[in-house]
Design a protein around this ligand. Structure first.
Ligand code: CS2
Ligand code: MG
Length: 406
């Protein structure tokens, strides 16, 4: 079999997605997700200008060799743009291989290790009553675990905190912004507030519901250590991205002070970003996305490495991972032994029409379906009817104007 064509499709059915479609001389096609939120066109160009010409004429069955060729051959290694581009190739080739075998991808990854894939959903509210409503909405949708984010008194706009109405606006694409929105931040106010929020949530929803919280890299190690300690009575499933992730050594201090489980990795793009964290067992969950980590091949290797340290998988699955990236994730979730949990927010009805997928979400659990390959089809016409629209992630400033991690 030979690759005869490859195209990059940038579409915006509410938010931007970058998709690579590879076609072979035997009529099989494969899809890969290369979406990098806020920097989409950089990956599209990397693929179109520098990767697609190298793929034409090559054997799509040689996934590992192609991966190494693109990674080592470029000389300039790692980085989100490069690794999202390589991820799209990797997933598209796995899609083709699994279709050629007539099997769903998870069968090629070792087969199912479980019947279904546990998820967590997002709840948020500007204040506690609004948060409770949002938690109730997620519970009604069947989510067995819930990420809890809230507004902080005195701050006007905090990442991850939206009313249900704002969330609907955003998913419909009306939240797209041509320049980053500026949010505000005060760490002391946040640290004073969050333990009280979790106390209230436990009081209302009881001791059993698995609760997660994302600190989005905004704390120093000593601040994160204190937060982890103060949240211990509320027994979190995890505290996510508590410190700037690139300082792996910083997590030592957090770990020494708290038994709150730690999760990290959505901004990582290679195993080297995890070395200290895994070797020293400083975290409990690795949270990279298939789409940003170079694909299914390297993420499976990371999970196998993490398993030796009793660390579990928790693939990043926000709305900005396309259904193609989600499908690849769900196949991997079903197959790996050290699966932990899968983040899942779902997509709008329009997005699900552009990317028709075999995976299903029922009672809070996902299943990849039994279609050969990853089980996603791209409706090119519908995709073309919703062209790219510039959109940015927010920035965060302290009250004196200093830029802060968001
Ligand atoms: C978040 C993401 O899903 C998460 O845990 O941290 O929403 C993240 O902010 C976005 O994927 C950025 O594009
Ligand atoms: Mg996060």
């Amino acid at each position: 079999m030979k690759i005869v064509d490859a195209n990059v499709v940038v579409t915006s059915p509410g938010r931007n997605f970058v998709t690579l479609e590879i076609a072979t001389d035997e009529g099989l096609t494969g899809l890969g997700d290369a979406t990098l939120n806020g920097r989409e066109l950089a990956v599209a160009s990397y693929l179109t200008d520098h990767v697609v010409p190298l793929l034409l004429g090559t054997d799509p069955h040689r996934i590992e060799d192609t991966w190494q060729y693109l990674y080592r051959g470029a000389y300039w290694r790692r980085g989100p743009v490069t690794m999202a581009a390589i991820a799209a190739v990797d997933v598209a080739l796995w899609d083709i291989k699994a279709k050629a075998a007539g099997l769903p991808l998870y069968q090629l990854l070792g087969g199912a290790s479980r019947e279904r894939v546990r998820t967590y959903g997002h709840a948020g509210g500007r204040d506690v009553p609004e948060l409770f409503d949002s938690i109730r909405a997620r519970l009604a949708e069947g989510y067995p675990a819930i990420r809890v984010q809230t507004g902080v008194p005195g701050l006007t706009k905090v990442y991850g905190v939206r009313s249900e109405a704002e969330l609907a606006e955003e998913s419909a694409g009306r939240g797209r912004v041509a320049r980053p929105v500026v949010e505000d931040w005060d760490t002391d106010a946040y640290l004073r507030h969050i333990p009280r929020v979790f106390e209230a949530v436990r009081g209302e929803f009881g001791p059993e519901l698995p609760l997660l919280h994302d600190a989005h890299h905004r704390l120093t190690p000593i601040q994160a250590a204190r937060l982890g300690k103060e949240l211990e009575p509320y027994r979190l499933f995890w505290l996510e991205d508590c410190t700037p992730a690139e300082n792996q050594e910083g997590l030592r201090l957090v770990r020494e002070h708290t038994t709150t489980p730690l999760a990290i990795g959505e901004v990582f793009n290679s195993v080297h970003d995890y070395r200290t964290l895994v070797d020293e067992q400083l975290i409990d969950y690795v949270r990279s996305a298939v789409t940003h980590f170079g694909g299914v091949s390297p993420l499976k290797k990371l999970f196998d490495y993490a398993a030796q340290h009793q660390i579990k998988s928790a693939i990043h699955g926000p709305e900005d991972i396309s259904p193609v990236g989600m499908a690849a994730a769900i196949h991997l979730d079903l197959a790996v032994h050290n699966f932990g949990i899968q983040e899942f927010s779902g997509h709008t009805a329009l997005t699900n029409e552009v990317f028709r997928h075999a995976y299903t979400f029922a009672d809070g659990y996902l299943h990849p379906g039994e279609e050969p390959g990853i089980g996603v089809e791209l409706d090119r016409e519908l995709a073309a009817a919703h062209p790219y629209a510039p959109s940015y992630l927010p920035v965060n400033r302290l009250q004196d104007g200093t830029v802060h991690d968001w």
